[in-house]
Design a protein around this ligand. Structure first.
Ligand code: SF4
Length: 97
């Protein structure tokens, strides 16, 4: 005959998971690297960092963004990239005004 004694109660303590907030970790909204002419979209749109089209360059294109004084600026057509202000691509549209 076996005698089972329930002597011990194992009390499992609930483990609190403390939510850790990674404060201060800022996600970079976008990488900001110069657009390469090897970029597939750049190739498709014939992007060049040096415009050969008279009167048309990134600096006066409606898609250019960022500071007017910067040599490399964001472009709405190439998210996360910087285009040369002296550049050009076939999506060029004269900036109004
Ligand atoms: Fe330059 Fe083309 Fe962007 Fe216009 S759309 S800013 S021409 S890369």
């Amino acid at each position: 005959m076996s005698n089972f004694n329930r002597r011990d109660f194992i009390k499992l303590s609930g483990t609190s998971l403390i939510g850790m907030t990674l404060g201060g970790v800022a996600l970079k909204a976008q990488a900001q690297e110069k657009l390469s002419t090897d970029d597939p979209t750049a190739k498709t749109l014939k992007y060049t960092p040096k415009s050969e089209v008279a009167g048309a360059e990134c600096a006066n294109c409606m898609y250019i963004q960022g500071e007017a004084s910067a040599t490399h600026r964001p472009c709405a057509i190439f998210p996360g990239k910087l285009v040369n202000a002296n550049g050009w691509c076939s999506a060029w549209v004269k900036r109004p005004g």
